[in-house]
Ligand binder design. Structure first.
Ligand SMILES: Cc1cc2ncn([C@H]3O[C@H](COP(=O)(O)O)[C@@H](O)[C@H]3O)c2cc1C
Ligand SMILES: O=C(O)c1cccnc1
Length: 337
């Protein structure tokens, strides 16, 4: 049985209340209070473990099965000259992933994660969304469903990444449609100032073309997104239903998942921003989503690279939580007053 046999089923899943486990998070917080450190002194490491417990629905979270999923898709809007690279690079990079030669191969291995790359209709790009909706309803639903189906049932943490030439233009259009304003276009893979201005104009034209239909976040995702971006939305939603916390990568992945936060206020509570991309719209997008990135390393790659890089940080947080002694166990005096 597919997770989302119809668009109505996808929407109902996105609107369903969250399934986080308060008791599991509470158990983590209670244990942290007795470990040999001043309360709160491990900062964000402490709240991260509680977050893992809440969404794994397990009082002692684990990070044994880490899955990195990279979705790949092609974009009709590439024909507008919005990327310095040819669209053929998407499929070429999928071969490179399979051969083990990309950054994400190295980073997923370092993270102790399994890497799976899911190409979506690479021979059939989306429609150029300055002229028509990027996807039909059936195409959008199929991509979202493929994303959901790629999420393993048994998984402790999901890292999401993407590959799709011109997808930072789609991401900018999504962000502009979902959160309003202009100036969402950035350099992507390396546009110069004139290229960014042209990209911004393409985004403006797309929003004007679809202006009458941008009230519904799923319709925004269908009209202005892409196959791999719809798959990321489907995977993010499926992960919440299966009790799997998610690390979002950069600008493209965050924009792909963002409709879920607009459909339900807690729609991305099981997802954390792994890093702040150097793509200029990302800081603003994360602020709109009230997310604080874990890392800020100046990455502007995609592929799930930032998400994979944050996994060792989560492992460190969990190692402290499970490995530290309590004040009583260690014979360390507690606070005097
Ligand atoms: C060799 C190469 C490897 C990549 N890996 C990720 N991206 C990244 O760049 C693309 C988005 O940038 P834009 O919107 O400017 O095309 C996406 O495919 C993204 O994952 C790559 C891009 C290239 C060229
Ligand atoms: O932040 C991203 O997702 C990103 C940035 C540049 C190129 N591709 C992706």
């Amino acid at each position: 049985m597919p997770d989302f046999p119809t668009l109505a089923a996808l929407r109902a899943a996105a609107l369903a209340p969250s399934a986080g486990d308060d008791a599991a998070a509470g158990a983590v917080i209670a244990r942290q209070a007795v470990l040999t450190k001043p309360p709160g002194s491990l900062g964000r490491l402490e709240s991260l473990v509680a977050w893992l417990a809440r969404w794994q629905r397990r009082p002692v979270p684990r990070l044994q099965r880490v899955q990195v999923l990279v979705f790949a898709g092609n974009h009709g809007v590439a024909a507008q000259g919005v990327s310095p690279y040819p669209a053929a690079v998407t499929a070429q990079m999928v071969h490179n992933f399979a051969a083990g030669g990309a950054a994400i191969n190295a980073l997923a291995a370092q993270a102790g994660g399994a890497l799976r790359v899911v190409p979506l209709r690479l021979d059939r790009p989306t429609a150029d969304f300055t002229a028509a909706p990027a996807m039909t309803e059936a195409e959008f639903l199929d991509a979202a469903q493929q994303g959901a189906a790629a999420v393993p049932a048994e998984c402790d943490l999901l890292c999401l990444g993407e590959m799709g030439i011109a997808n930072t233009t789609a991401a900018a259009a999504l962000a502009a449609a979902l959160f309003g304003g202009t100036g969402w276009a950035g350099r992507g893979t390396g546009l110069d100032a004139a290229g960014v201005a042209h990209k911004e104009e393409v985004v403006r034209a797309a929003l004007a073309r679809h202006a009458a239909a941008l009230d519904d976040p799923l319709e925004v995702a269908r009209r202005l997104g892409g196959h791999e971006l719809a798959a990321i939305l489907g995977a993010t939603l499926a992960a919440r239903r299966r009790g799997i916390p998610v690390l979002l990568d950069g600008f493209a992945v965050t924009a792909a998942a963002a409709p879920l936060a607009l459909l339900a206020p807690d729609g991305l509570d099981h997802a954390a921003a792994a890093h702040l991309s150097a793509e200029s719209g990302h800081r603003r997008l994360l602020a709109a989503l009230e997310m604080t990135p874990l890392l800020d390393l100046g990455l502007r790659l995609g592929e799930g690279s930032g998400a994979a890089l944050a996994v060792p940080l989560l492992r460190a947080a969990l190692a402290c939580h499970t490995g530290m002694a309590s004040f009583a166990e260690a014979g360390v005096a507690g606070r005097a007053a």
